[in-house]
Design a protein around this ligand. Structure first.
Ligand code: NAD
Length: 295
């Protein structure tokens, strides 16, 4: 059975590592914050204190890190980059949301060492990570995606090949730009309905059965108390942070600039999320954007 070196055990990484453990893989975990890996030890993970220890005996590396700097810092860090310590024929799967350039850079450096690598950012949120129902948006060769499939299929239900290295990252930032836009639109509609005397539960139900139906409304209602088990019903904690959404919208705007694409809704969403973060909400779940519309 494969041994996986798993880096980044935050909101997403911890439940993903848990599903790999449940499937019987040996999982060696590392996070810069040791408090996040300790609970995984009771579920069978081997907790490690440094990356050199994490990769000992591993044939597969999975990363779930916050941003480009963390990914590049881990894999290609001058003379201490992890890629220099991996052996040829190992498989690297980066599930972090990064820029396409970051994904292509790590992929090129990995392939130069005969290490297989795919970018495989995810969609589905913390609930999807816990349930093992994530969607993986993969960039890389078809062969490398097939090699990754046994690992990805225990953490998710949709494994989609978007194209060559970096294509998973492109697909991911397109998705998250759309997610930001429909989350803000959902908040606007709910707030306007409540301001006009409607019950948010009743309005949510109506919208779900009407043409305003969307993922935010169906699975991630931003109005506190409308749905159980979503961040809005626990003070916007434990989900997808505003800071991370801002990062993704920044990546989307960079990509749009590069490709000369018109993204007026994405640009407005970026401005609203940036404003929300400056009000001290960066660590809250992204559905807290509702607050910006409230008195
Ligand atoms: P998080 O901040 O909860 O977790 C990231 C973890 O990585 C932190 O615990 C941090 O300590 C750790 N880390 C940073 N650098 C490290 C390193 N060099 N070695 C080991 N650990 C390191 O973030 P998250 O919500 O789990 O998101 C992780 C990634 O998944 C991000 O790229 C995010 O954009 C993406 N994502 C998140 C969600 C979501 O709903 N939270 C959904 C889809 C995609």
């Amino acid at each position: 059975m494969n041994t996986i070196a798993f880096f980044g055990c935050g909101n997403m990484g911890a439940p993903m590592a848990r599903n790999l453990l449940k499937a019987g893989f040996t999982v060696r975990v590392f996070d810069l914050n040791p408090a996040l890996t300790e609970p995984l030890a009771t579920e069978g993970a081997i907790v490690t204190a440094a990356p050199s220890d994490t990769i000992a005996g591993a044939d597969t590396v999975i990363t779930m890190l916050p941003h480009d700097a963390a990914v590049l810092g881990l894999y290609i860090n001058g003379e201490n980059g992890l890629l220099d310590f991996l052996t040829a024929d190992m498989l690297v799967i980066d599930c972090s949301t990064t820029s396409p350039e970051c994904a292509r850079k790590v992929s090129a450096a990995a392939h130069a060492r005969n290490i297989a690598m795919i970018d495989a950012p995810v969609s589905g949120g913390v609930a999807g990570a816990a349930a093992g129902t994530l969607s993986f948006l993969c960039g890389g060769t078809a062969d490398d995606v097939e090699r990754a499939r046994p690992f990805l299929s225990v953490m998710g239900k949709n494994i989609m090949h978007a194209g060559p290295a970096g294509a998973g990252a492109v697909a991911k930032i397109c998705n998250n730009m759309l997610l930001a836009v429909h989350m803000i639109g959902t908040c606007e509609a709910l707030q306007m309905g409540v301001d006009n005397g409607l019950d948010p539960v009743v309005l949510s139900d109506i919208l779900l059965k009407s043409s305003g139906r969307n993922w935010s409304l169906e699975l991630y209602n931003p109005w506190p108390g409308v749905m159980d088990n979503v961040p809005a019903s626990r003070d916007y904690s434990g989900g997808f942070q505003v800071d991370l959404m801002n990062k993704d919208l920044g990546l989307a705007m960079e990509a749009a600039l590069h490709s000369k694409s018109a993204t007026p809704m994405g640009a407005l969403a970026k401005q609203l999320y940036a404003l929300h973060a400056t009000h001290g909400n960066g660590k809250l779940d992204f559905s807290s954007i509702l607050k910006i519309l409230q008195p």
